[in-house]
Design a protein around this ligand. Structure first.
Ligand code: LMR
Length: 405
C-alpha cells in the first residue's frame, strides 16, 4: 500500500522556520514566515490578548461545548463590522453571510469550495485569477477544490512596483464573470498595493465585466496601522456593488497565529440570497470541520465587543505596525546612506505591510541563506517583522554583500 505515493516537497515557507531553528549560527535571522516578532526577536503576545485571556480563564460560566456550525455569533457579527464597516448598508440589510473559519486559510478554502459548487461561471471557465506573484498557498487551495489557478500581471520587476496597466488589461480581457483574487491590503508577498485611484479603476472594470472579487484580507491594520484605512478598498467595493466575498484572519493583527481565528464573509444582493448562501456554507462547514474552535474566537469577540479593549487593541496594532515601519526606515538608511549598496532601494520605504519584496534574485536569496544564515523565501520576499534594532545592520551588510557579488 502507498508505495506509489510520490514524495512531496516541504512547504516553502514553513521549511524555512524549521531550517532556522536547526541553525546554530549566533547571528542567524529568520525573515521567512510572516509572523510578528518584538525587538528581542520574540513572539509577542498582545497585552490586550493577555488581558482577554485572563478574563476568559476566570469565567466559570464558560464550558467546552460545541460552538454553532457557523461559529460564535458574537464573534462573526463583530468581525463582519470590523472589516465591512459598522455603518455598511450591506450589514444593516442582512446581506452578509458570515462564517467562522480556521483562520484565513480556512476562509480561503471555504470560499473556494463554495465557488466550486455554486458559482455560475458564465463564459468564464472554472478558473481563478491570482496575482503574479501571490501567497503560494492560494494556488494549492484552489487546485484542491478543482478550480484552476491562472495568473494576472501584478508585480513589475523593472519598477519593483505595480504593473497597473498589465493588471487592468487582464481584468478587461478575461471572460465576463471571471473570479479575481485580490489582496485587500498589504499584498503578500510584494508589499505593493494599488492606490485608492487605482482601486477605483479596478472596481469599475470589475463591475463592467461582472467579475467576482475574492478578497483576501490577512493583514488588516498592518498596512497603515489603522484598521479602517486598511479596509478602505474592500468597503469601497461593497459600496459600489462589486460582487464579492472576503476572507478575514486574526492571526497577524491579533497575534493569534496558532489559535486559527478567522471568518469568511459573503456579500449578496439581497437578504433572501444571503440566507441561502449561509445555509450552504453551513452544510459545507459541517462536512469539513463540524464546528470551529472556541478559544481564539472568544478572545477576539471580547476584544471587538468591549470598547476599552478595542481601543487597547488598536494601540497594540500600532505598536507592531510602527516597529515594522521603523525597521523599513533603518534598513533603507543603512543601505543607502552607510553602505551605499548598488541599486535603488526606494521600494523598501514605498512597500507596506509585513513584507518587502527586495528585488534580489533566487541566487542572491540562496546566497543570503547559505553564506549569511539569513532565511527568506526564494522570491526575495523578506518579513520585515524578523528585523530588529540588533540584527538590522547584520542583515543590511549581508544583503549588501550578495548584491555586490
Ligand atoms: C506567510 O505568507 O508567511 C504567512 O501567511 C504564513 C503562511 O501561512 O504562509
Amino acid at each position: 500500500q502507498w508505495q506509489s505515493v510520490p514524495l512531496a516537497p516541504p512547504d516553502s515557507i514553513f521549511q524555512l522556520t524549521a531550517a532556522y531553528k536547526e541553525d546554530t549560527f549566533a547571528k542567524k535571522i529568520n525573515l521567512g514566515v510572516g509572523a510578528y516578532r518584538d525587538d528581542d526577536n520574540k513572539p509577542w503576545i498582545l497585552p490586550v490578548v493577555k488581558e482577554a485571556t485572563r478574563v476568559l480563564l476566570s469565567d466559570d460560566t464558560l464550558d467546552h461545548e460545541y460552538l454553532p456550525i457557523t461559529g460564535l455569533p458574537e464573534f462573526t457579527a463583530a468581525a463582519a463590522k470590523l472589516i465591512i464597516g459598522a455603518a455598511s448598508p450591506a450589514l444593516a440589510e442582512g446581506r452578509v453571510a458570515s462564517v467562522q473559519t480556521i483562520s484565513g486559510t480556512g476562509a480561503n478554502h471555504l470560499g473556494a469550495l463554495f465557488l466550486s459548487k455554486f458559482y455560475q461561471w458564465g463564459t468564464a471557465e472554472k478558473k481563478v485569477w491570482l496575482s503574479n506573484p501571490t501567497w503560494a498557498n492560494h494556488h494549492a487551495i484552489f487546485k484542491n477544490v478543482g478550480i484552476e489557478p491562472v495568473e494576472y500581471p501584478y508585480y513589475d520587476p523593472k519598477t519593483i512596483g505595480l504593473d497597473f496597466t498589465g493588471f487592468v488589461d487582464a481584468l478587461k480581457t478575461a471572460p465576463e464573470r471571471s473570479v479575481f483574487l485580490l489582496h485587500a491590503c498589504a499584498h503578500n508577498p510584494t508589499g505593493v498595493d494599488p492606490t485608492p485611484e487605482q482601486w477605483k479603476t479596478i472596481a469599475e472594470v470589475m463591475i463592467a465585466k461582472k467579475h467576482y472579487a475574492f478578497l483576501d484580507c490577512a493583514y488588516q491594520g498592518f498596512a497603515s496601522g489603522d484598521l479602517d484605512k486598511d479596509a478602505w478598498a474592500l468597503r469601497f467595493f461593497v459600496e459600489q456593488g462589486v460582487a464579492l466575498l472576503v476572507c478575514q484572519s486574526f492571526a497577524k493583527n491579533a497575534g493569534l497565529y496558532g489559535e486559527r481565528v478567522g471568518a469568511l464573509h459573503v456579500v449578496s444582493p439581497t437578504k433572501e440570497t444571503s440566507t441561502k448562501v449561509k445555509s450552504q456554507l453551513s452544510v459545507l462547514q459541517r462536512s469539513e470541520i463540524s464546528n470551529p474552535p472556541s478559544h481564539g474566537a472568544r478572545i477576539v469577540s471580547m476584544i471587538l465587543n468591549n470598547p476599552s479593549m478595542f481601543e487597547a487593541w488598536k494601540r497594540d496594532i500600532q505598536t507592531m505596525a510602527g516597529r515594522i515601519i521603523d525597521m523599513r526606515k533603518e534598513l533603507f538608511r543603512l543601505l543607502t546612506e552607510e553602505l551605499h549598496t548598488p541599486g535603488n532601494w526606494d521600494h523598501i520605504m514605498n512597500q507596506i505591510g509585513m513584507f518587502s519584496f527586495t528585488g534580489i534574485n533566487p541566487t542572491q536569496s540562496k546566497a543570503l541563506t547559505s553564506e549569511a544564515h539569513v532565511y527568506l523565501t526564494g522570491n526575495g520576499r523578506i518579513s520585515m517583522a524578523g528585523l530588529n534594532t540588533k540584527n538590522v545592520r547584520y542583515f543590511a551588510e549581508s544583503l549588501d554583500a550578495v548584491v555586490r557579488k
